[in-house]
Design a protein around this ligand. Structure first.
Ligand SMILES: Nc1ncnc2c1ncn2[C@@H]1O[C@H](COP(=O)(O)OP(=O)(O)OP(=O)(O)O)[C@@H](O)[C@H]1O
Length: 263
């Protein structure tokens, strides 16, 4: 298990007069073994923070550390360390190469571990990973188009796990899926977190989903964290007016959430 820690993290897009600060001095700790939610309206900077953690964008200030080791910099050590953080995106079809059998996508992601495996061992591991996300291991040769949206999202989760991460960042992983399969994917994530001792940063617009999945939560607005705490206390007694606004926009928040149903 691992702790992911953002300190004063700042990310800017563009330069000069056109520059836009998307993440503005964020301090956020995702505790080892926990599931931390990140909520906020569209454009608040959630995905940019995730992108910074996996090296897709470089912060202009602050640090991002995994168990104390820098993962934001350009050094070889930082690049190696940040492979322990894997990102699962919103749209599973867009995330997978349509011409590549899913088993090949998963096997490619195994390279991140740095271990060289024989063809037979790779095959075995791909089958094991498909089994882990409850897909038929015999389907490793199928293309993404042969899978439903929910199944495809399970493939992208298997691909993330192929890199043997300590931290998984799930960025709106259910928002492109049919309501009927969202609960299945969320339950899978919860199950894998426990089974593999993962630390999870869970990004979502959906406060009901966050309440179901997350132990703790941070609320982001205009690139800044405005409130953080235990999910139950933040959502039942929000301290910041913006959190209250977000909650007011959700029709029903009073009832305990059943992940198999209302999603
Ligand atoms: N590649 C980019 N180049 C320039 N600006 C960007 C880029 N990506 C995001 N932005 C801007 O940065 C801000 C934060 O966007 P970001 O996608 O991180 O927010 P978000 O909270 O994840 O939103 P959403 O929930 O819609 O994904 C927005 O103003 C957005 O327009």
């Amino acid at each position: 298990m691992s702790t992911l820690e953002f300190t004063g993290t700042t990310v800017r897009y563009g330069h000069g007069a056109g520059a836009h600060v998307a993440v503005d001095g964020v301090d956020l700790t995702v505790a080892s073994g926990g599931v931390h939610g990140l909520v906020g309206e569209s454009g608040s900077g959630k995905s940019t923070l995730a992108a910074a953690a996996v090296g897709l964008v470089r912060p202009v200030a602050g640090t991002i550390r995994l168990d104390g080791a820098d993962i934001a910099g350009s050094s070889a050590a930082a690049r190696t360390a940040r492979r322990r953080v894997q990102l699962v995106f919103q749209d599973p079809y867009a995330a997978l190469d349509p011409r590549m059998p899913v088993g090949v996508s998963i096997a490619e992601a195994m390279r991140a571990t740095g271990r060289r495996l024989s063809r037979a061992d790779r095959q075995r591991r791909v089958e094991e990973l498909l089994g882990l996300v409850h897909l038929d291991p015999k389907r490793a040769g199928d293309l993404p188009s042969a899978f439903s949206g929910g199944q495809c999202q399970r493939v992208t989760i298997a691909r993330a796990l192929a890199a043997e991460p300590d931290v998984v960042i799930a960025d709106e992983i259910t928002s492109a899926l049919d309501v009927s399969v969202q609960g299945v994917v969320l339950n899978l994530l919860r199950e894998l977190r426990a089974e593999l001792d993962l630390t999870v940063l869970f990004i979502s617009h959906n406060l009901a989903v966050v309440r179901y999945v997350c132990d703790t939560v941070s609320v982001m607005r205009h690139g800044r964290i405005v409130e953080s705490g235990e999910t139950e206390s933040v959502l039942s007694a929000p301290a910041h007016p913006y959190t209250r606004e977000l909650l007011a926009a959700v029709p029903v928040m009073g009832e305990p959430f059943d992940g198999e149903e209302a999603l």
